[in-house]
Design a protein around this ligand. Structure first.
Ligand code: IMP
Length: 429
């Protein structure tokens, strides 16, 4: 099973980290292909939480980590993450694409000054600005570090330009180009030989039958093209992102796992038809510990939305789903699932990705019976209470795709595997 993609099917925070980490056990390469420190992938190992922002969650195994060209990499955050892992006894072998863009301190400052992303509820990490520079063709890339002289020159030019535009910002004026260049070069010194054409590395590895896990950041509904624009992130979060952000044809990816939370959350602004701002939302937030892994912001919570998931499936071509956090629903007497929307008196089956149209949609729900029992210890489908089994069957039937893993708790072992893919890993047994 050479290439597997783990992709968020909703608005991010679907627990992709847990799944990617487990699938990476025994894998040869684990790859991030989009986003940057806006992501926060949490892995719980021996009761301890480890949070990844830039490195793939597979970095805890003996598995090579690749940061693909589609990423925007904050060198200081990368150094901090590597240091943290080292303190815990992990020294992942990593490779960084020459074409990955660098996210530097001025991006965060300019994001704030320019108001780009204002009203969208961004993570405030400068992500949109780093991708703006990429599109504008003024960005600095990891490959530039291979020629320190050129890197210094380009950084000086770039910073000068931003300082001219934002003359009044003291914070920006205080950044000295030489000092910044020295610091970035120093951070990358031990990684210099690790900056390479990772598209070739990955394709060769696949040619040799190596097992590669592609770990998406954010989710389909935050995709720059297919998400609820403009309330989206600035990168390609869907299957196409693997082509664009890692240089590997999506045709080479044999299993495309859509990661779905058993309910829905969204962090930041933007339409969210099944949002429950009241008691149910608060309950889900508290039970599910729905607070941003990167910013700590409370996540907006609501019911599962099959209209949005069908859209996500269409864009991604999921071969299967992983249903996460099912345990959070324990204790609810009724569970609602949106099967359609109503807009202007009309019943809709298709998800309108435009934010204005989506904001006018009201969910049409089917109600299913809930269950009281705690399910965190269940390891087989038949150990789940019948209403929980019925909930799973309902989702599979309506979406027409198998659920190959059910996660019933944050711990690595808290899963019900339903496919040989998962049964291969000792953690799933
Ligand atoms: P940005 O990616 O920081 O520009 O933020 C754009 C939008 O994407 C905001 O609504 C963020 O809250 C959201 N977002 C970005 N990264 C994540 C993530 O990893 N999980 C959930 N939402 C995210």
């Amino acid at each position: 099973m050479p290439a597997i993609a783990v992709l968020g099917a909703q608005w991010g925070d679907e627990s992709k980290g847990k799944l990617a980490h487990l699938l990476s056990e025994g894998a040869d390469l684990s790859v991030r292909f989009n986003g940057g420190t806006n992501a926060g992938h949490t892995v719980v190992v021996n009761g301890e939480e480890i949070r990844f922002h830039l490195l793939p969650a597979g970095s805890l195994w003996n598995c090579t980590a690749v940061l693909g060209n589609g990423m925007v990499i904050d060198p200081f955050a990368l150094a901090a993450e590597l240091k943290l892992l080292e303190e815990k006894g992990h020294r992942p072998e990593i490779y960084i694409s020459t074409a990955a863009h660098l996210l530097l301190p001025y991006h965060r400052i300019v994001e704030r000054l320019s108001g780009v992303g204002k009203g969208l509820g961004t993570t405030g990490r400068g992500i949109g600005l780093a991708y703006r520079d990429k599109a504008e063709r003024t960005g600095l890339r990891a490959g530039d570090l291979l020629s320190p002289r050129r890197f210094r020159e380009r950084l000086e030019q770039k910073l000068q330009r931003e300082q001219e535009i934002w003359g009044e910002s003291k914070e920006l004026q205080q950044i000295g180009p030489r000092k910044l260049a020295d610091e970035v070069l120093q951070v990358f010194e031990p990684l210099r030989e690790r900056i390479m054409e990772t598209a070739q590395l990955l394709n060769r590895a696949l040619d040799r039958g190596k097992r590669v896990i592609f770990e998406g950041a954010q989710g389909a509904l935050l995709d720059i093209d297919f998400g609820t624009y403009p309330y989206v992130t600035s990168s390609s979060t869907t299957i196409g992102g693997i082509g664009v952000g890692a240089g590997v044809s999506p045709r080479r990816v044999e299993r495309i796992i859509g990661v779905v939370k058993a309910y829905t959350t969204r962090v930041g602004e933007g339409p969210f038809p099944t949002e429950e701002p009241g008691e149910i939302g608060t309950r889900l937030r508290e039970q599910g510990r729905e607070f941003g892994a990167t910013t700590g912001r409370p996540r907006r919570c609501g019911w599962l939305d099959l209209v949005a998931l069908k859209y996500s499936m269409m864009i991604n071509g999921f071969t299967e789903l992983a249903l996460m956090k099912l345990d959070v629903l324990s204790g609810l007497s009724q569970i609602r699932v949106a099967t359609h929307y109503r807009r202007g008196g009309k019943l809709l089956e298709d998800f309108p990705s435009g934010a204005e149209a989506l904001a006018e949609c009201e969910p049409v729900y089917e109600e299913l019976p809930g269950w009281k029992e705690e399910i965190g210890e269940c390891r087989h489908l038949n150990e789940l209470p019948p209403p929980a089994q019925a909930y799973i069957a309902f989702i599979e039937e309506r979406l027409g795709v198998p659920i190959s893993l059910i996660s019933v708790g944050p711990e690595a072992e808290a899963n019900i595997p339903r496919s040989s893919l998962f049964a291969e890993s000792p953690k799933f047994r």
